[in-house]
Design a binder for this molecule. Sequence first.
Ligand code: APR
Length: 234
Amino acid sequence: MKKIVILTGAGMSAESGISTFRDSGGLWEQHRVEDVATIDGYERNPRLVLDFYNERRRQLPAVEPCRGHYLVAELERTFDVTVVTQNVDNLHERAGSSHVIHLHGELMKATSTLSPNDPSQIIELSPDNPDIHIGDRAADGSQLRPFIVWFGEAVPEIERAAEEVAQADIFVIIGTSLNVYPAAGLIQFAPPETPVYLIDPKDVPWQSTHRFHHIKKGASEGMEELMRILKIEN
Ligand code: APR
């Protein structure tokens, strides 16, 4: 079976109704990144940061995977598929993808403030009781925090993701502005003969410097076109 690696960003979930970060009306127009998405911001004002992620988490049950998520999952019938996502939502899993690497963490998980990447500290939050409050404790006794990789923190999953990309026969990038490293550097790991498909309705600045095919459409229509290019019935 040929191996496809799919790198996704906020644009993948835009058609499900989750805001992107850097488009107009995006999350970072409404919030200061330094306040809600950095480790320094969390240390300064943990309550504000917990509330920000509590709100994101409460949105999740109200949104559904879009056609694009389902088509990504359908690729598993024909290919060995790994999804590498920068998204913290669970829409790839809910659409049926079985091998998803979350580079920036997962909204429905919580962890310890002291040792955020210690697997024994990471817990699944219940959809019935999803909020994290000041005073909630992790197993090690420290304040419970979202299992989110903030700016200024290590990205432990990047090595596993790079290994996957290095073995890809086909590399697909969907809905990411590729502004944030190390995720943006993953394309460098694709073997030179591996075709790269980019699905994004906008031009992306790095496109002229790489050998790739731009499907200039949204995630769902773009995935339909990719299925046609790869000659997969759906
Ligand atoms: N379908 C596909 N792509 C879309 C769609 C759509 N319907 N709508 C918008 N896009 C594209 C935009 O053109 C843009 O290129 O999605 C991209 C979204 O880019 P960003 O908002 O920068 O999101 P992302 O690249 O995922 O951000 C990376 O930054 O703030 C951090 O940790 C956060 O994981 C996030 C990281």
